[in-house]
Design a protein around this ligand. Structure first.
Ligand code: ADP
Length: 343
């Protein structure tokens, strides 16, 4: 049996709770095929997923190889910067070295999608990452991560255990509702105190980055979170549309007033390339984010195209494109690189 044939068989192993298989998800770090032995190294930090894969492989190949070894790739742990905690007394997130908020003035521009993919890209670089979904009035991150049916769980220290997938620890108000379509009818003060609990009472462990997906428009929540945390910076998400850009202008002013560094702007749904003709369409207009960046002297972190697979994957609860699609992956790597330059 050769490598190609082994890959074909590995494609029959789907990642637990997802529709994608482990080859598509690029979890095979290395593969050594000899006449009598097979050695597979798997790139995942998810203990359950690894155990599942490690059990499945010997079953599939037991008639083809005498020795079968499935190994977990040891993650390269990065520990390159200092804690921020001393900067502010009463810091609610002393476990996080850098706290980054992702914000947009307007809903529906892809802020949660960007937050998720950005967090995944940081984790792929070897950083320890937590993602807090602060969208109290419409949390979508659990669905994007395929963990929308998870509920809150506590450990014996009475701390909430974050759910984890693809090396990102996730916490969301979505875990507090009985079903996904249950609305949270909370006043903003209740929402703020819940989010504070999520900062203080969640067993995040040591984090290099805590990424917070901020609710759009809910300025009081944003103000409170900003006051309570020593923020490393904010990333703003917009589409090129004038309406969305007007709202982002307001967010820029808000963060400037709060003395929060704006790490840059991500222009999402920037353009669309027709898959059949390859022709580019500027569906939401052009240069919106570029103009804001010029006006306020900010960095344009990336321009992410409107892409059907992005929408399909988040709707289906499929793992994010930042793991699969090479072009999109590059866009996010670019954002991570620019943000790390600031560290
Ligand atoms: P927000 O958090 O700003 O409200 P979401 O991240 O929930 O926005 O995105 C809104 C919708 O747009 C979702 O269905 C998402 O899948 C889709 N979406 C986001 N970014 C893109 C993109 N670049 N291409 C196609 N669809 C996208």
């Amino acid at each position: 049996m050769d490598k190609q044939q082994v890959f074909k068989i590995l494609e029959t192993i789907t990642y637990p709770d997802f529709k994608k298989n482990i080859v598509e998800l690029k979890l095979i770090d290395s593969l050594h095929v000899k006449p009598k032995s097979l050695h597979v190294k798997i790139n995942t930090d998810n203990e359950n997923a690894f155990n599942f894969i490690a059990r499945a492989i010997p079953k599939l190949f037991k008639n083809d190889f005498r020795d079968i070894e499935v190994e977990k790739k040891l993650k390269e742990i990065r520990n390159s910067f200092e804690y921020n905690s001393t900067k502010k007394t009463n810091n609610k997130a002393p476990y996080a070295k850098k706290v980054i908020v992702i914000s947009s003035g307007k809903g529906g521009v892809g802020k949660s999608t960007v937050s998720t993919n950005f967090a995944l890209s940081l984790a792929q670089e070897g950083y320890k990452v937590g993602l807090l979904d602060a969208n109290v009035y419409g949390p979508s991150i659990p669905r994007i991560f395929g963990i929308e049916n998870e509920k809150l769980q506590w450990n014996d220290k009475n701390k909430i255990i974050p759910h984890e997938n693809f090396d990102v620890k996730v916490m969301s108000t979505g875990f507090t509702t009985p079903t996904n379509d249950n609305p949270l009818v909370w006043s903003s003060s209740v929402a703020i105190s819940t989010l504070m609990r999520f900062l203080e009472n969640v067993e995040w462990g040591e984090l290099d980055f805590l990424v917070i997906d901020m609710p759009s428009k809910a300025t009081d929540i944003q103000l409170n979170m900003t006051k309570e945390l020593p923020l490393f910076g904010a990333i703003l998400v917009t589409t090129p549309q004038i309406l969305a850009c007007d709202d982002v202008n307001r967010s820029v002013m808000m963060f400037k007033d709060l003395h929060v560094k704006i790490l840059g702007i991500v222009e999402n749904m920037s353009y669309f390339i027709a898959p059949d003709t390859g022709k580019r369409y500027d569906i939401f207009g052009k240069d919106g984010a570029k103009n804001i960046c010029e006006k306020y002297n900010l960095t344009l972190l990336s321009q992410i195209p409107l892409d059907m697979s992005i929408r399909e994957m988040s709707d289906d609860g499929e793992v994010s494109v930042a793991l699969i699609d090479e072009t999109i992956k590059k866009s996010y790597k670019k954002i991570v690189k620019k943000v790390l330059e600031e560290v």
